[in-house]
Design a protein around this ligand. Structure first.
Ligand code: PMP
Ligand code: GLU
Length: 398
């Protein structure tokens, strides 16, 4: 007897996580799969952060913490936003949650009523549309073009806003496309939003520090006219190699943050006390721990760009940020090998898993079926081997 809610029946599982777990299972069963699915740094968490967590255990941080996070962590987030972003959020207007994903969930639950539209420029990260649906909203996937660097243009935003629009979710640097909005591009989007005072901005900045441009990080949260309707989301997962620790944070207007605290107080109480202590150490260290990892990502980006450009039939842009390349593979649609035909990004991802033993995520997961997402947050040797195997497999398709 099926008794599950329409809410969950309507929900698609996270396909990045699903592909990653599939690759993990194959590896555990002894099959040599190179996993380029999930976007998580392969480095160990920096030592000062690990030491802070060990100390936190020994010092008896075994109790519930304040719902919004330890006060000193909130102060550290507030200092980080001032120091690195020039943004003035007192600690009362920030909160820590179990990862940036949980912050996005809190924010969308706090903002979206049934039927409200949430604009999500596509290609988009897998969870935005599903979290908007979970909140009862209607995700409006707004396609962007490779020829525009996969960036949302002001006219397209303007045309997509309706009386039901409640929020725009913007991710820069972007997962999966790697595009990074400049301050000027954001100002042009802000000018549109100024004409629509009911529309909120959810600004996902988790890849802030994985940015290969020479421009300073730009955020819609810096636009004064939008400050009272912008929620900034960030976290320590990507910058400090802390994906499993599960700490993210949001900053926004007082009433929104209070609503998120009320939600969190009913749902999880607080993010892990030990992980909060670790995140405090990471944020207080500033950007000194990040430089080496970023340089490794930059090197891997060159490696993957060189390797993927040499593969037949792929069209790709060099990512300006994050750690993914997102090639257009549609030239393979219609090709086949021994009766197996390729008609979609899912088909090609399956083919590469079987034939090359390389796991990637089909673009359909991100709202663009012409592409594949290849994560380069993995060791250079593995990347080189994966590209070679992909080349061999793709050359068999005719
Ligand atoms: N936003 C984007 C665009 C992401 O790629 C991720 C990675 N999973 C997240 C948010 C969530 O990060 P976390 O929950 O690990 O902080
Ligand atoms: N952000 C990463 C990715 O896109 C982690 C997995 C997830 O949370 O979706 O692969």
């Amino acid at each position: 007897m099926e008794q599950l809610s329409a809410r969950v029946l309507n929900l698609s599982p996270s396909r990045t996580i699903a592909m990653n777990q599939r690759a993990r299972k194959l590896r555990e069963s002894g099959i040599d799969v190179i996993d380029l699915t999930v976007g998580e740094p392969d480095f160990p968490t920096p030592e000062v952060v690990r030491e802070a967590a060990k100390l936190a255990i020994d010092e008896g941080n075994n109790f519930y913490t304040p719902v919004a996070g330890y006060n000193d962590l909130r102060e550290a987030i507030s200092r980080k936003l001032r120091r690195e972003n020039g943004l003035d959020y007192p600690a009362s207007r920030v909160m820590a949650s179990a990862g940036a994903k949980h912050c996005l969930c809190n924010a969308l639950l706090a903002l979206v009523d049934p039927g409200d539209e949430v604009i999500v420029p596509a290609p988009h990260w897998v969870s935005y549309t599903e979290l908007a649906k979970l909140a009862g909203g209607v995700p409006v996937s707004l396609p962007t073009l490779a020829s525009d660097g996969y960036k949302l243009l002001p006219a397209a935003l303007d045309a997509a806003i309706t009386p039901r629009t409640k929020a725009l979710v913007l991710c820069s640097p972007s997962n999966p496309t790697g595009s990074v909005y400049s301050a000027e591009e954001l100002a042009a989007l802000a000018a549109v939003l100024e004409r629509h005072p009911r529309v909120w901005v959810v600004s996902d900045e988790v890849y802030e520090h994985i940015d290969y441009t020479s421009r300073p990080h730009a955020s819609l949260a810096s636009t004064l006219s939008l400050r009272d309707r912008t929620v900034l989301v960030n976290g320590v997962s990507k910058a400090y190699a802390m994906t499993g620790w599960r700490i993210g944070y949001l900053a926004g207007p007082e009433a929104l943050v209070k609503a998120c605290i009320d939600l969190q107080g009913q749902m999880t109480t607080n993010a892990s006390s030990i992980a909060q202590r670790a995140a405090f150490a990471a944020l207080e260290s500033g950007t000194t721990l990040i430089g080496g990892m970023k340089e490794a990502f930059r090197r891997r980006r060159s490696l993957v760009m060189a390797g993927a450009s040499a593969l037949p039939g792929l069209a790709l842009l060099e990512p300006e940020g994050a750690f993914y390349v997102f090639p257009d593979v549609s030239s393979y649609f219609g090709s086949s090998l021994e009766g197996r035909s390729i008609g979609s990004s899912d088909d090609l991802a399956e083919f590469l898993l079987d034939e090359a033993r390389v796991a990637v995520v089909p673009g359909s997961a991100f709202g663009d079926d012409d592409c594949l997402r290849i994560s380069f947050a993995t060791a250079d040797e593995k990347l080189a081997a994966a590209l070679e195997r992909m080349g061999e497999a793709l050359r068999k398709l005719g």
